[in-house]
Design a protein around this ligand. Structure first.
Ligand SMILES: [Fe+2]
Ligand SMILES: [Fe+2]
Length: 250
């Protein structure tokens, strides 16, 4: 009897060696069970609204956490003269405001993007923008400066623009990313020329940001970004000028 029960148990045991291995690749036909369960979950409009408000509160009200170290500058650094520090504070406040807007832009676009590969690319870029936000925030604190009081306005406006761009389809949305990153890269180039020569720490941060923004733009282009009409490019430049000029003082 014992022997018979043992053989039944043996037959009932699944043959693990033949079971297919879960394939974690995005878009594959076989996905791990936890993904299947997650995919089945439906979020109501209220759930998503609360999620988006939560993200906005975190960007605007909580210290940003970076996944990468602040770009390092070796050796002892000379102190900045008061007028140099004041100039650095204003410029880094503008850059911080730009990163608040970038967070909102990517969140808005990820909300309306359709292709999972594009959603993933936007979320990846948004994570690097969080590093930029944290680095600018930290540098501002080191310099004894404050962030812009207009940040909630930039967040709300950029979020609406991002969601609207996404609603026009993924290629337009990517075109918007590519153009934004191109303009941000040229803005950072200009700021590197305006920062005091002695402010090596701010310079190292902006240099790494510039490198990342170029990569974000290239990624958007490689995924099929369209070139936006010249009038829209000019409107984007105008709104970014409004943001940079007002955040410089406020
Ligand atoms: Fe950025
Ligand atoms: Fe970027």
């Amino acid at each position: 009897m014992q022997e018979r029960r043992g053989s039944v148990q043996k037959r009932a045991a699944p043959d693990q060696s033949r079971a297919p291995l879960p394939d974690a690749r995005c878009g594959s036909r076989q996905q791990p069970l936890y993904n299947k369960r997650m995919n089945r979950r439906k979020f109501s409009f209220a759930d998503r609204l609360i999620g988006e408000i939560d993200k906005a509160i975190k960007v605007l009200g909580a210290p940003a956490k970076s996944s990468r170290e602040v770009p390092f500058v070796a050796g002892d650094l000379p102190g900045l003269a008061p007028d140099q520090a004041a100039r650095s504070v204003r410029l880094m406040r503008v850059n911080h405001a730009g990163e608040v807007a970038a967070q909102a832009l990517y969140q808005g676009q990820a909300l309306t993007a359709r292709n999972p590969q594009i959603v993933a690319a936007m979320q990846n870029a948004a994570a690097e923008e969080t590093d930029h936000l944290a680095w600018c925030e930290r540098r501002l604190a080191e310099l004894g400066g404050r962030t812009s009081v207009l940040n909630p306005l930039w967040y709300a406006g950029s979020y609406a623009i991002g969601a609207m761009a996404g609603a026009f389809g993924d290629r337009v949305s990517l075109g918007f990313v590519a153009e934004t990153e191109k303009q941000v890269e040229s803005h950072l180039h200009e700021h590197l020329g305006r920062l005091p020569e002695a402010d090596a720490r701010s310079r190292a941060i902006l240099t790494q940001m510039q490198h990342d923004e170029i990569a974000h733009g290239a990624k958007a282009s490689s995924l099929g970004a369209v070139t936006l009409p010249a009038a829209l490019q000019s409107a984007m430049r105008l709104s970014s000028r409004l943001m940079t000029r007002s955040s410089f003082w406020l």
